[in-house]
Design a protein around this ligand. Structure first.
Ligand code: GDP
Length: 478
């Protein structure tokens, strides 16, 4: 555990310059942003006549989110669905159209608000929750933060445009997360479109849909003309049944932040997706590094509700700050506890920001993999032309053996994009660029998340480096 000089000074309520002077007396020349290990920090603190209370992660985080008890009171819960696909293939149109299939919502006057997620009743009467943040950025950003809230991914492919780069990316994102896919072939109202081409193209990416003899459900729809939307909802409900999704609605509630913003009049407004238990008005919650007492719960119709059970998205008011999408929330017993956890996390966050240089390098990954049972090296590869990408993939696959292997998360032609980095980040993988560079957003994201981007222009150099990494991953006794 490390702490910066600045941070330590703050906690002792002294100025960092005074602490630096103290450290200098002891022969340590440091700056305010230098880090001290726990033992050094303890010595200094005691020298200055303070008492030390080391707070470890396990102390503070302990029991915040209970493990399910053996006699857990499991009840079925609605599926949570994310819609992904190439730009302009109809994700937004489909989300809007599906929402309007809800008769109840329609009758209520159709006044809906965007809170980042909504729930409708499907054809069999059971509810379905949709994350109303189309595109994979939100999905992977949440996953990168350890929040796997999506149960099913619907990949939208426009019949007139076919399988495109972001279609493939979406498939890879869903696969990397281990989430089942349903393919919605959209825009079938357009004259002369041929959905067979979409299906054969998908085969090339190892997506074998049912109508091609495979197991992945494919549904033809038109978001614009509202054709076969029930068919899509039925497919989702069928998939959900197979997953046998359950939650315990009696336990202490926790879940994930979908969206959060600061509203001028209402203060921090946070959309939460409840995963376990029931969140109630008046509950005291810790949400990421923020906390508060739930003053109001609002559903996606803008109506006040008293409780929110599993898979229900609700907007809450009453937090003292704005958390981040992907943050977890948990209900705690009293305010003191909430404040303790939130303050601890704030501190962790600052420390992490200070140690911004740390991240995922091949070397660090090797260290992490030392103990892992299956040794695989996840990688994202971007190249200048399809031919070189294929050559690299072929060579890397040949290097894999029974002990170590390269796991290719995604490949593509063109500059390294922000989405490539986010995908890599979620699996703590490096991004390899062959004769391509990263764009500004990708570089910023890599910098922020500590994701490594490696550039090569000679295939042999690339292969050599990866070979070296794989060799390093082998158990010493092998
Ligand atoms: P997104 O970028 O994936 O969210 O795509 P949008 O939902 O914004 O749709 C892109 C364009 O395709 C818009 O002009 C839509 O009106 C159009 N569009 C979406 N669905 C359909 C459809 O089923 N049929 C036709 N003809 N056009 C559609």
């Amino acid at each position: 555990d490390l702490i910066t000089v600045q941070e330590l000074a703050q906690r002792m309520a002294m100025r960092s310059t005074d602490l630096i002077r103290e450290l200098m007396k002891q022969g340590q020349m440091v700056q305010a942003n230098a880090t001290l290990d726990a033992d050094t920090a303890q010595l200094i603190v005691e020298d200055l006549g303070h008492s030390v209370k080391r707070v470890s992660e396990s102390d503070v985080e302990e029991g915040l989110i209970d493990k399910p008890s053996a006699d857990a009171n499991l009840v079925p819960r609605p599926p949570v669905v994310t819609i992904m696909g190439h730009v302009d293939h109809g994700k937004t149109s489909l989300l809007d159209a599906l929402r309007q299939t809800d008769v109840v919502a329609g009758e209520a006057g159709g006044i809906t608000q965007h809170i980042g997620a909504y729930q409708i009743k499907g054809p069999n009467g059971d509810p379905i929750t949709f994350l109303d943040t189309p595109g994979h950025a939100a999905f992977t950003a949440m996953r990168a933060r350890g929040a796997n809230v999506t149960d099913i991914v619907v990949i939208v492919v426009a019949a007139d445009d076919g399988v495109m780069p972001q279609t493939i990316e979406s498939i890879n994102h869903a696969r990397a997360a281990g989430v089942p896919i349903i393919v919605a072939i959209n825009k079938i109202d357009k004259p002369g479109v041929d959905s067979t081409r979409v299906k054969t193209d998908l085969l090339q990416h190892e997506v074998q849909v049912e109508s091609m003899g495979g197991e992945i459900q494919d549904i033809e729809v038109s978001a614009l003309k509202r054709l076969n939307l029930d068919g899509l909802l039925e497919a989702i409900q069928l998939q959900a049944e197979l997953l046998e999704l359950k939650a315990d609605d009696k336990r202490q509630s926790f879940g994930t932040v979908v969206e959060a913003k600061l509203d001028k009049g209402r203060g921090p407004v946070t959309t939460l997706l409840v995963q376990e238990g029931e969140l109630q008005r008046g509950d005291i919650v810790v949400v990421g590094a923020e906390w508060g007492k739930v003053r109001a719960l609002l559903n996606d119709q803008g109506d006040q509700v008293k409780v929110a059970g599993p898979s229900l998205p609700v907007e809450i008011l009453g937090l003292n700050g704005v958390p981040e999408p992907g943050d977890q929330f948990a209900v705690v017993a009293h305010e003191a506890r909430a404040r303790e956890v939130a303050e601890y996390r704030q501190r962790k966050k600052r420390e992490k920001a200070n140690a911004a240089t740390a991240g995922t390098s091949l070397e660090q990954m090797m260290a992490q993999l030392q103990d892992a049972e299956i040794k695989d090296l996840p990688i994202v590869i971007k190249g200048d032309v399809q031919g070189s990408v294929e050559a690299i993939v072929g060579a890397l696959q040949k290097m894999s053996n029974s002990e170590v292997r390269v796991r290719i998360l995604h490949t593509g032609v063109g500059a390294i994009s922000e989405s490539d980095v986010i995908l890599a980040e979620a699996s703590q993988a490096p991004v390899i660029g062959f004769n391509v560079r990263a764009n500004k957003q990708a570089r910023d994201e890599a910098q922020r998340s500590g994701t490594e981007i490696r550039y090569y222009s000679v295939i042999y150099d690339l292969i050599d480096d990866i070979k070296g990494t794989l060799t390093g991953m082998l158990d010493p006794e092998l």
